[in-house]
Structures are given as structure tokens and as C-alpha cells.
Design a protein around this ligand. Sequence first.
Ligand SMILES: C[S@@+](CC[C@H](N)C(=O)[O-])C[C@H]1O[C@@H](n2cnc3c(N)ncnc32)[C@H](O)[C@@H]1O
Length: 212
Amino acid sequence: MIKNTLDTHKAQRFYDLVGKRYDWFEYFESRAKDQAIKMLDLTPGKKILNVGVGTGVQQAQIESDIKPDGIAIGLDISPVMLNLARSRSSSPLCRADTRHLPFADSCYDCLYAAYILDLIPLGEIPAILKQFSRVLRQGGRMVLLALTEGVDVPSRAVVGAWKIVYNLSPMLCGGCRPLTLTELVQETGFKIISRQVVVQLAIPSEIITAIK
Ligand SMILES: C[S@@+](CC[C@H](N)C(=O)[O-])C[C@H]1O[C@@H](n2cnc3c(N)ncnc32)[C@H](O)[C@@H]1O
């Protein structure tokens, strides 16, 4: 049983400290992120919310996919991350907690959330998915990306070791632990159209694409 003790304030302090160093995670996450952005199926004019925008590497890519008249909003709890995202994109950015999205109902065509739900205590995820559903229009597309359980010998070994370290101190893993999102997403009323697991350097990432 994995315990989870990373609250919002700890997450903010941690990601303020990590800042630009989070780009090193591209070595483990870039392939899954590229695939997840493809799954968004973005076209010019779309309005998309990127929850947990981080350092802004993917925000720049998303922005270019919806040019010239789309809008990509980046949301994050960490002012340091928002400053980094500002330096890499011209998107409107918003400092907020993913638990309370400060947007009207049904105002986005797409929502992208990468490696943020795996920081959130399990019991809080259904309410956050409901927030995601609330801000998406009917038929809108959501792509979620998270660390997940291993699917082959190396990734199972890494995830096994990861859980041991996480149980000693969640902060040693950046508060991130493996998740399997399918059921939680279905229970929120989304229709899942694909589930993929991408392994990069033995780190497995789950990509869920779902429609409201
Ligand atoms: C693991 S990083 C992932 C960043 C980016 N999505 C990526 O894939 O590179 C998690 C991001 O979520 C932000 N975050 C963590 N908890 C949050 C919360 N409760 N609300 C909003 N943002 C949060 C962190 O500040 C950090 O920028």
C-alpha cells in the first residue's frame, strides 16, 4: 500500500525549488509527451487548458499546433514554473490549484494534464477529474499522462524500487507515484478512446485519451 503525503503547499515548494531542472525529466518523459500531444489531435482555433504547465516545453508545442487563432492556457501552482513557461511561450498563464479550476463550465475544447495526477492523493482524484469534465465542452477531448505500473521486466523493477523510495519519503520522488487511471476516468463519465503505455529508459507512462 502506497502512502501519499504531498499536499499543495509541499508540491508548490518542491516545484519552485526544482524549476528548470525539471527539464532533465525529458530523458524519461519526452516520448510519452510527444505521443500524448499527438493524441490531443489539435487543430487551429482550438481552446485548450494545460493543467500543471511546468517549465513550458510542451506549451510551446501546443501553441504552435493551434496557431493562429487558438488559445492555450497554462495553469500551475508554482510561480517559478509559471515564469519558466512565460519565457517559452506567449500563452496566458494562470496560477491556481488544479482542485479549483477558475474557469467557466464547458469553456475548453481540450484539456491536457501531464504528470500531475500522479502527485495527487488517490481520494482527491475523482473530484479533480470532475473539475476537468466541468470545464470541457460536451465532446471535448482530454489527454492525461502519468507514471504508471511497469509493463516489462526493467520497468517493473524500476517501479518496484520507486515505490520503496516513495514510501520512505514521497519528496525523494518529487511526490510522484505510479497510477492506473482507466477506472477513475470512466467513473467520472468520460469515454476512453485509447490507453497506451510508453516506456522510456525503463520509466513507464500511461497515456489516457478520453472524450466528454
Ligand atoms: C511533474 S511536473 C509536470 C510538468 C509538466 N506537465 C510536464 O509534463 O513537464 C508537475 C507540475 O504540476 C504542478 N503542480 C503540482 N501540484 C499542483 C496543483 N495542485 N495544482 C496546480 N499545479 C500543480 C507543479 O508545480 C509542476 O509544474
